[in-house]
Design a protein around this ligand. Sequence first.
Ligand code: GLY
Length: 351
Amino acid sequence: MATIKSTSYNIYVGEKSFDELNKFIKKQSYSKYVIICDENSLTHCLPKLLFNCEVLNQAEIIELESGEENKTLETCTQVWGALTDIGVDKKSLIINLGGGVVSDLGGFVASVFKRGIHFINIPTTLLSMVDASVGGKTGIDFSGIKNLIGTITEPKAIFANPVFLETLPLRQIKNGYAEVIKIALISDAAFWLVLKKLKNSIQFRNEEIITKAIELKNVIVKKDLHEENIRKSLNFGHSIGHALESALIKQEKDILHGEAVAAGTIMETQIAYQQKRITKKECDEICIYLHSIYPKIKITKETQALMMEYIKHDKKNEGGALCFALPKSIGKYELSCIVMPQDVKNVIELY
Ligand code: GLY
């Protein structure tokens, strides 16, 4: 088991993290426990949690409807209502058991309820283990815009237990693995060499891989919690990836975040090569590996037009110019790389 020290809290990774959870709970003497989950984590993960952490059998359970479409203010209102009915006080603990929607919304709810109560994250998907649950970003979607309302509030601890990934479908494992690839490409060339050899989902969700990915993200977040500088590097693959995700969601197509990010990473890698930030060999290496894992996404003319609209309004743009975070050789990054809309159109065609 690994213990990763974050700003003021620990991230425990491994099957033994249940022991750490028991120790944490014993030490803190909370007045009440509330577990926030969705129907997936309720069915597949809650029984394992309650079996391994007996004291939580007395917890109140709040079940959310799964899916990004439920990461709304209306859901928060229902949860705040339930917390009030349950009699949650300042000394209570919220336990977010689930994927990114649960930790984003649960963290947000906790961060403002009674001006903030303690919460911990127990991520149950690969995506939330390596990305969403780490770094203190909490929030909800508003007015059709992802994560428009939120806070940066860190949990009191994170317990990432790979046991929860055993029942996760392959598509969901790949969904999280795209973020593992991204973090290697911007921050650790040696880790990229390890990843390049991995071929199947059991290897993708290996405990050492998860631990390394969290460690790398944690290093960045600790230096720049509020994303004023180097945290922007985590947006590599996301400028085009988010635009593609938003466009396909608008067209009511089935797309997962990691699938769009994988495609975005391929396209932004091409831009990095065209801007001579990486070599042809590095560019080919990255694109071939990503294509070998992620099926090609169909981008129609309509999708492309929508993507260009989203990219134009990306909050990372500066003074009207498109601004990307791109790799500068594998394992390093450069922020605020100026990209022309025509460059984006070209790499969409190339993809
Ligand atoms: N998911 C990107 C970040 O946490 O900054």
